[in-house]
Design a protein around this ligand. Sequence first.
Ligand SMILES: [Zn+2]
Length: 671
Amino acid sequence: MNKPFRTLLALGAALTVSVSLAAQAGPDVVIPAVSSYTLTSGTFTPGEISRDNPALKFRIGDRKFRDTTPGAYTLSIKPKGITIRTADERGAFYALETLRQMADAGDGVLACCEVTDRPRYPHRSLMFDVVRHFRSKEAVLRQLDAMAMVKMSRMHFHLTDNEGFRIRLDCCPDVARKTAFGDARSFHDILSTTYSYTPADEPEGYVTGTYYDDGKICGGYYSKDDIREILAYAAERHIEIIPEIEMPGHNRALLSARPELFCTGDTHPRNNVVCVTKEETYAFFEAVLKEVAELFPSEYIHIGGDEADKANWKACDRCRETMAREGLTSVDQLQSRFIRRIEKSLNAMGKKLIGWDEILEGGLSENATVMSWRGSAGGAKSIAMEHDVIMTPNTYYYFDYCQDAPYKEPRAFNACLPLRHVYSYDPEKDIAGILGEAYTPALARHILGVQANLWTECVITDPHFEYMLWPRAFAVAETGWSEAPKDYDRFRRNCERLCGRLRAMGINSFDLSTEVGERKAALPEIPRLTQDAKVFYRFGNGSTRSHVPQLADGHLGGWSTRDTTQWVSTGSGRVQMIMDLGKEQPLHYIGVEMAEYPLRKRFFPNKIEFSVSRDGVKYTPVAIDMPRWREGRKDFQIVTVGTTVSGEARYIRINMELVRSGAYLSEIIVN
Ligand SMILES: [Zn+2]
């Protein structure tokens, strides 16, 4: 809007109503959607949205304001000014953010309205994996700015893992210095099958909190001062940081610096799991946790607990002795014993324990909060046991998965989770759906909130990190905050506008205007003769099934091979599928659509044979040229292998040989 026009708007109320309709903004432009609002008449142009603007009246701790939910507030926007009521400073901070988004969308002009707003869950969070690839301190601070903009309340800081210990603590300063740097070539390709982590000592002159890469060595870590700076920045934005120190698995880096924490005995099949029956192990982690507990004000500390391969413990003299002495019958119970002891130490430090859903295995410790990542089953199970949970299912909230058609996206860890899908998640509906009749609304109080995780095996640079986060993180913010009905079209429009604001802040978001969406070929039903067909299969993993409807449903596969309504995952070895069309039919084409994803160790078959039969007994082979697969390929691709045929048949048999791994199949195509 030009300046004289804006002046006119400020001059006359009548003019304002008639000409400002296009520019003024009501609360429906805000992410996360406000809980409720009513539009009244008129507009108001407040100028700069800040605590110092006298047009904004703050009533903090107002007796008339009775909502005790931290962060709740009301806004009253009238033609003469704005009144903000809230119980706490946090509410005032959130109210200002709502006003800022409205002012941005309305070119400074706000529609008069009454807004009542409060968060649905206390935990509205993102997890940053700064281990697989290190993130500069500046990049972390930038994301905190963006998170504050959409009222996110927590950040989960994944600080240690196989590839490095990225916090330098006084109790073990050498561990960060010896493990946070490594051979750059392999580091840039963590997911390659040849990846080998070769730790290097801290390069001379290294500045903490920065990413180091001289072409040979790369990595980085945070000093305690860096962490203090990040914590202070977050606190100003009402964001709490929950640190994670991984144990007992995911500790290859630590074990390279502290080999004495390994199991005793000759063989250690796993190089990343500590011995959980050595006192040295407890002494090490308790010292680390004590220092971390003093540094981070959060009431929570995350201890990982995921993906600990327990093979070492089975081979360890000391672990076996302990199991025999204490009557433990499985190594899962040994993990549980470890987590319980760590929880006791944490509780004594005044902290609560959070762990990934594997901490359920072998028995959950008393007061643990569970982060449900392997889908939602772990969360549902924990809630049924009246434990608090944070929902971060990889089926919706794993931002290392790509967000659009894989052919146009950077290499991603797994299949496709577009914005619409992320937005569609509702934790309470999800849990209620799994628990069925066992679910009561009273259990909902154990849902602390939602979180997206950004693992960084494939995410090397800070701009790439931001690209994976935004705008999908807006969907997490809205689901965590708002109980207003979901409206994807409104949300997407608001995302496009907020992405503009991110770009102005120097943040590199995914560009929604380039979104391709679901694979076009997967949308319509394809022409076929398989309407009445049944598919019988015997897979390499020994499973047999009498009918696999996905393979004859007339729909090709979408971008997401995780979608089991579209894709069937085979085992490796010999795979046989026999399709019965129900009656003899004249055929002119047979084929099968499949996907390959070397990053996830899924490869096309080495050999495919088609044959047809009238009676299901005597089969006639159909000649087919095997495609020549390109060696060394890494990225996701979908291919149809098929051939024209002539003649009549009722049965089609497909034999495959999969030497390296299973494949994904979406459809057997017959015409
Ligand atoms: Zn052991």
